[in-house]
Design a protein around this ligand. Structure first.
Ligand SMILES: [Zn+2]
Length: 179
């Protein structure tokens, strides 16, 4: 979170949705676009990225914060490299996007998405608000924090399903009146 690792391939841009992270030079799939410089804060806002429960990265003026949301993004946040990394090749003139629902449990400022992607989540309110199948579809790109929360909720659901089954079909080796 100290040294700046931004390439010179992006700059602050303007999109119909406000500021954007604008691409100046061809970026290859898998390439680090910009490192996530900043400092950790406890309270999220419009420009922070959640790194764990109660821990959010504020950008300290770094332009990575201008990367807009898309439900079909061209980049993702790679927490191992602590950087925005390209998912696809990105051409000059395009904007870098990532899916906010892969990092934010609860959005500080929810909004209606107009990305037009098939399977667009519509209201972007946070990972917590997605259906089970929407969450499962995002699993490969989730932050460690959200991935842990998801696995836990799946495990809890399985426990509950097991308990329901046991209630519906009590085991026959117990509970019978004797004699
Ligand atoms: Zn969308």
């Amino acid at each position: 979170m100290s040294a700046s690792r931004s390439t010179s391939k992006v700059c602050a841009g303007i999109s119909p949705h406000g500021k954007s992270l604008h691409v100046l030079d061809e970026i290859a799939a898998g390439e680090v676009i910009i490192g996530l410089d900043g400092h950790v804060v406890a309270t999220p806002d419009k420009y922070t990225v959640q790194i764990d429960e109660g821990r959010h990265l504020a950008p300290n003026g770094s332009i990575w914060a201008f990367a807009n949301h898309s439900c079909l993004p061209n980049a993702r946040i790679d927490f191992a490299q602590f950087a925005l990394v390209a998912l696809t090749a990105i051409r000059p003139g395009e904007d870098v996007t990532f899916n906010y629902l892969t990092t934010e449990m609860d959005m500080a400022a929810a909004f209606k998405c107009g990305c037009g992607a098939p399977g667009c989540a519509g209201m972007i309110a946070g990972f917590r608000h997605l259906s089970r199948s929407q969450k499962a579809a995002l699993r490969p790109w989730l932050s460690d924090s959200l991935a842990r929360a998801f696995e836990l909720s799946v495990a809890n659901e399985e426990d509950e399903a097991m308990a329901d089954q046991e209630r519906a079909a009590p085991r026959r080796d117990g509970g019978q009146a004797r004699g």
